[in-house]
Design a protein around this ligand. Structure first.
Ligand SMILES: Nc1ncnc2c1ncn2[C@@H]1O[C@H](COP(=O)(O)OP(=O)(O)OP(=O)(O)O)[C@@H](O)[C@H]1O
Ligand SMILES: [Mg+2]
Ligand SMILES: [Zn+2]
Length: 420
């Protein structure tokens, strides 16, 4: 299997119909290619690593130079297409911005733009990782980028467009490459696995996709590793092992223990997992909670929103370098506490509701009785909800505007002293 070929290269898209999850880019570029009238001098492809920028630059160049052009899909048969597919097209010049970042390199490039294309109508310069160019190199490029000879086209690609000078940005037509939708990645991977005759478990595939974080190249690299590690049969257990992850079943158990308020068993489980990468554990736990929330059809939303807040807080603690074991215990015990609190409130509410129904029955019997006591109880419950809401807002502001925290703290303090 694989014949020593790297999966990501073997399955590089050959035309815009094969490009996954970048519909806006694909449609716009195909429309431009159909009719060369709206061609720009320079394009900028930016976005997440491994999301199709270099592939798109090559597809665009190949389609522009295809002997059948103008076409939106290259013929793949003409000499020009074949040369482009072998990366040996004389009129497609690919430059790696990371290793050719100096002003002399750009001067060489500008010199090359002066010669007409050898076989096609266009000479296309693809500058990859363009954000690596030096300031002087950018300045040298500016004039040519704005007014190149009519046969020259530039395609700049970068993961980091914020590092480009405004003068470069304003001279290019900008296309943003997004993080690829996991469902689309899954379909793509399933197709590849079928072609490669590899068996797989659904959950193993989901775990690989999550680890790729929306980058198709990263996902394919992990997939390839997994195929080798699992010897052509992707089993969840093996994939988890390979990636150094925790078995999701353990995390499901932990979540169940939280919901069942089983503190002792929870502490034992935490002891079992405390040597894993806690950052990773938190990320995996988020997935389990999401899975649970969807399965429950959005019931008990308050509980889930609190759990997500606690997990978010845990990530921030880890980000600022807090002790990982502390974060583990602090995070999960907090969840347990909230659930306990939740159950108590639920009980109070149930008692109140029972009392209310008894009272209203009495009211029906004795028309003179006024249900003041009952209203008071409801006010109390509403008051409690307002408190929850206040705390929630307090929390959001705390996490989002760290610096405003003290100001807000002061404000809340003043507010309380007025209302109490
Ligand atoms: N949108 C996509 N559709 C199909 N395959 C893709 C896509 N994005 C990435 N790939 C796969 O990942 C490989 C690498 O993609 P590509 O080189 O185009 O990414 P890139 O965006 O240029 O990444 P980098 O930022 O690291 O340069 C391709 O060979 C292909 O197998
Ligand atoms: Mg690239
Ligand atoms: Zn062709």
């Amino acid at each position: 299997m694989l014949n020593g070929q790297v999966l990501a290269l073997k399955y590089r898209p050959k035309n815009f119909d094969e490009l996954i999850g970048q519909e806006t880019v694909a449609i716009t570029l195909k429309n431009t290619l159909k009719n060369h009238k709206r061609l720009a001098h320079a394009y900028l492809f930016s976005g997440l690593r491994g999301s199709g920028k270099t592939s798109s630059a090559r597809i665009f160049a190949k389609t522009l130079l295809c002997e059948k052009a103008p076409v939106d899909i290259a013929c793949e048969e003409c000499v020009s297409c074949q040369m482009a597919n072998n990366n040996s097209h004389i009129d497609i010049i690919e430059i790696d911005g990371a290793s050719n970042r100096k002003i002399e390199d750009i001067r060489d490039l500008i010199q090359q733009t002066k010669y007409r294309p050898s076989i096609g109508n266009f000479k296309i310069f693809i500058i990859d990782e363009v954000h690596m160019l030096t300031k002087e190199a950018f300045n040298a490029l500016l004039k040519t980028l704005e007014e190149p000879p009519e046969y020259v086209k530039f395609i700049l690609a970068t993961t980091d467009p914020m590092k480009l000078p405004q003068t470069i940005l304003s001279r290019t037509q900008h296309f943003h490459f997004k993080r690829i939708n996991p469902n689309l990645i899954k379909l793509h991977l399933q197709k590849i696995l079928k072609l490669e005759k590899v068996e797989f478990e659904e959950e193993a595939l989901d775990i690989i996709i999550r680890s790729g974080e929306g980058s198709l190249r990263d996902t394919l690299t992990i997939l390839q590793q997994a195929i080798l590690f699992c010897d052509n049969n992707l089993q969840t257990k093996l994939v988890i092992n390979m990636l150094g992850l925790i078995n999701p079943d353990i995390l499901r158990e932990i979540f169940q223990l939280i919901k069942d308020k089983k503190k002792e068993s929870l502490l034992k489980k935490l002891e079992e997992v405390k040597n894993f990468d806690i950052q990773q554990l938190i990320n995996q736990f988020v997935v389990i909670v999401k899975e649970n929330l969807i399965a429950k059809g959005g019931d008990n939303i308050n509980f889930y929103s609190k759990i997500f807040s606690i997990l978010n807080e845990a990530k921030q603690l880890l980000f600022i370098g807090a002790d990982t074991e502390f974060v583990l215990y602090f995070t999960f015990l907090q969840m347990l506490d909230f659930e306990a609190e939740n159950k108590e409130k639920k009980n109070i509410r149930e008692i109140n509701e029972n009392q209310q129904s008894i009272i209203s029955q009495n009211v029906k019997r004795e028309e003179n009785t006024e249900p003041h006591q009952n209203n008071y109880q409801y006010e109390l419950i509403n008051y409690m909800n307002i408190w929850e809401l206040r705390l929630f807002i307090y929390y959001i502001l705390f996490t989002a505007f760290d610096n405003l925290f003290y100001l807000f703290d002061f404000f809340i303090h003043e507010l309380l002293s007025i209302s109490l």
